[in-house]
Design a protein around this ligand. Structure first.
Ligand SMILES: C[S@@+](CC[C@H](N)C(=O)[O-])C[C@H]1O[C@@H](n2cnc3c(N)ncnc32)[C@H](O)[C@@H]1O
Length: 248
């Protein structure tokens, strides 16, 4: 069969930050209609947050397909892994299987799905790819922390936590000038030095720390309540340095 003789549909589905009740109806429908549930793992046999989130909704007749997306920086290794994952999905579609790729949080927000999307769009343009958006960890953290994320003319900058204190200090200075709220993802072990820096700059009080949002052990609280120790990969920080002039 030539690649062009089949035209199949693939759904890339955001499953939210952790709490299964934050799955959308569209996500649930996509999951129920699939016979292959693919999901990313960072190494063979590793746990997957995405599959854990939907575990209550998996049927016995559905097959699971872990796809390897290693957490490395080597471009060759990454490109090779994206290509292999794309090939595996394409092989399933060739066999007339209905495939859903599950991704934690939202499907377009610092997401593994994006690599799959771009690879498949280029190499297998006849595949009909649909994206099902999910609730991001950031939206969920704001909701649990009862925190308005941005208001009026404010800006929101979402970025991975910078790798050095100097870089973060410069980012904070610019954010203050622009009335920009900062959301720092991939906080993890950087919290060891981020906390003392925020303390020095007197910014701890306006910052919200969120860890494993949507999981039974979630912590969402003012940053000054969190000791400066190692934190899990699934942690983030929202730093607000000011409020708009007109407020309730
Ligand atoms: C590769 S990004 C994935 C973001 C995800 N697609 C989303 O929509 O939230 C991983 C980073 O998102 C944040 N993150 C994802 N899930 C989280 C959760 N449940 N609680 C706290 N932070 C989370 C962490 O900062 C983590 O390092």
């Amino acid at each position: 069969m030539s690649d062009m003789s089949y035209s199949k549909e693939l759904k890339l589905v955001g499953v939210g930050p952790g709490d299964p009740s934050l799955l959308t109806i569209a996500a649930l429908r996509a999951i129920q209609s699939a016979n292959i549930l693919a999901y990313p793992v960072h190494k063979e046999g590793a746990e997957s947050m995405a599959i854990n989130i939907v575990s209550d909704f998996i049927r016995k007749d559905q097959n699971l397909l872990p796809l390897l997306f290693p957490m490395v920086t080597s471009p060759e290794v990454l490109k090779d892994a994206w290509k292999k994952a794309g090939d595996q999905i394409n092989d399933c579609l060739k066999k007339e299987q209905r495939v859903v790729f599950l991704t934690q949080g939202d499907v377009s927000f610092f997401s593994t799905s994006s690599y799959l999307l771009l690879d498949l769009k280029t190499r297998f343009p006849h595949i009909d790819i649909r994206l099902v958006p999910g609730i991001t960890s950031l939206s969920a953290a704001a909701a649990i922390g009862k925190l308005p994320l941005i208001l009026q003319k404010e800006q929101l900058l979402v970025m991975p936590t910078p790798s050095t204190p100097l870089e973060l200090e410069e980012t904070l200075l610019e954010a203050a000038r622009q009335k920009r709220v900062l959301a720092l993802l991939k906080l993890g072990s950087r919290w060891l030095w981020v906390k003392p820096l925020l303390e020095k700059l007197n910014l701890l009080e306006g910052s919200i720390f969120a860890q494993r949002v949507g999981w039974p052990d979630q912590e969402v609280m003012p940053a000054n309540a969190i000791p400066a120790n190692l934190r899990p990969y699934f942690s983030l920080l929202v730093i607000r340095q000011s409020w708009p002039d007109i407020m309730p």
